[in-house]
Write a protein that binds this ligand. Structure first.
Ligand code: UT7
Length: 310
């Protein structure tokens, strides 16, 4: 079978400017900064006031294009991971195509729902489509307006989430060293442990147990597929749900916590946006080529693990 060798050509990110602190929450519900910080590691989150997931996705895409000087006319595939679109159709990807002025091009554009694992799922879909040689350049985005689906009466879930978007543009690489590997999967939650109907409902402890169980397993599976060890990985980019979850994974894998990138203190859990947004933040400070391991988990339940050169 043909190897999937993929290169990330550009990354972009966007977070709305309005910040909501833990103290802001304690003014509207029975909670406090100390509880939120010690149970989750979150101090602040950014909240969209007049923007939709589409608006944020567009800002992130534009950021990727402008920062890298990428020729947007090369894009022939747009995949957006989101569970918070303001309309059911057109997809966010369709709207991005129009707003980027690419309606005259024959582009395939669609959204996917794999909750917080969405970006890693979208990356596998886009990589596979590029590997068929039918597509040359994919814009892959994770964008979430979580504050639009929060139950503002539920202190256990409301404090966790924030709004943001992250984007990556990928192309095929002729270097075999750029081969990408995935270990994505799902375990159907038909009992309502983590549902959005229409607001977020969650049995937090159950989700926590799922996360700390699946993350080390998915990491070891994707490493096995790539025939690598964790020592071959330069940077680990985990889904930003809870500091304690990441701490538990680090302990399980006998790794220092510093090996795991984090920005949840500032942005909270931004669902499908968390991995690409953090990836872009990292690339802004670190231009050199690195081998990254992306690891996400979320509603569905779903998980996504990828090894990719960034
Ligand atoms: O992207 C995937 C999305 N979801 C997740 O990643 C969530 C995974 N789960 C978690 O991160 C944790 O389970 C939470 C942070 C949601 C909750 O932490 P916990 O340590 O599991 O707390 P708990 O739900 O067992 O609640 C402990 C206590 C309870 O009070 P009692 O019954 O012991 O008196 C809660 O009512 O903390 C109380 N509590 C709060 N207190 C102050 C729950 N939420 C709050 C709050 N402020 N915001």
């Amino acid at each position: 079978m043909k190897k999937m060798a993929i290169k990330i050509k550009a990354t972009g990110g966007y977070a709305p400017s309005k910040i909501m602190t833990n103290d802001d929450f304690s003014k509207i519900m029975d909670t406090n900064d100390e509880w939120i910080r010690t149970r989750t590691g979150i101090k602040r989150r950014h909240i969209a006031e007049n923007e939709t997931s589409f608006d944020m996705a567009y800002h992130a895409a534009l950021d990727a294009i402008t920062k890298s000087g990428y020729d947007k006319n090369k894009i022939d595939l747009i995949v957006v991971a989101s569970i918070t679109s303001h309309v059911k159709t057109p997809s966010i990807a369709n709207l991005i195509q129009a707003k980027l002025g690419l309606n005259d091009k024959n582009i395939v554009a669609f959204d996917i729902n794999a909750a917080c694992s969405g970006f890693v799922y979208a990356l596998e879909i886009a990589s596979s489509m590029i590997a068929t040689n039918n597509y040359k350049s994919a814009l892959v985005i994770g964008s979430e307006h979580m504050s639009s689906i929060i139950d503002w009466e539920d202190r256990q879930t409301a404090i966790l989430f924030g709004d943001a978007a992250g984007a990556a543009i990928i192309e095929a690489s002729d270097n075999e060293k750029d081969e990408v590997f995935f270990y994505n999967g799902s375990r159907g939650d038909d009992t309502g442990i983590l549902w959005i109907d229409p607001k977020v409902k969650m049995a937090g402890r159950e989700v926590y147990k799922f996360a700390v169980d699946i993350m080390p397993k998915a990491i070891s599976k994707v490493l096995e597929k790539a025939n690598l060890t964790i020592n071959d990985i330069d940077v680990i980019i985990p889904h930003q749900a809870n500091y304690r979850i990441i701490q538990s994974v680090a302990k399980d894998m006998e790794l220092p916590i510093e090996r795991f990138l984090m920005n949840l203190e500032e942005y909270g859990n931004t669902s499908a946006a968390s991995i690409p947004f953090l990836l872009d933040e990292h690339k802004t400070h670190n231009k050199k080529s690195q081998k990254a391991l992306l690891i996400g988990f979320g509603g569905g339940f779903t998980w996504g693990a990828a090894i990719i050169n960034i």
